[in-house]
Design a protein around this ligand. Sequence first.
Ligand code: THU
Length: 152
Amino acid sequence: MDPTDIDWDALLSEAIDAMRHAYCPYSNFPVGAAGLTADGWLVSGCNVENAGYGVTLCAECGMVSDLIRSGGGALVAVVAVNGNEEPVAPCGRCRQLIYEHGGPSCMVLMPDGVAPMTEVLPGAFGPHDLADVAAGPTQASSNKKEGHDGSL
Ligand code: THU
């Protein structure tokens, strides 16, 4: 989808609304995320922290849960905002989550502008990698004899 066809203002306002519901007593860093699906649905989520810091749920995590709960579909555009209502770069794990449900063409509003997932998560590992291995070794990989020092 062309990035100019996306109503980024509507996505931003949905993300800001979600951000206001964040549960972040430990970081005091609220985040809201919103996504648009290929069939026009808006989904959203906020970060939900935990006294066990490592099990904090990011806003994008909640957004993906909302996507699946409401029937699924492909994400075509995603925005996450911080407490200043400005776009925030999704963390590494969230880039993987967005890739799983949006694929390489999903557009993300980054702090410096709109970028496709091919730039947000270059060389992504994804469902295709699982399918490729299940299909057996490729000719190129079965011929490869790599040494411990990386030499071929
Ligand atoms: N956070 C998100 O919700 N999404 C991101 O992509 C970056 C980080 C949250 C996690 C934590 O609650 C707070 O921001 C500070 O890291």
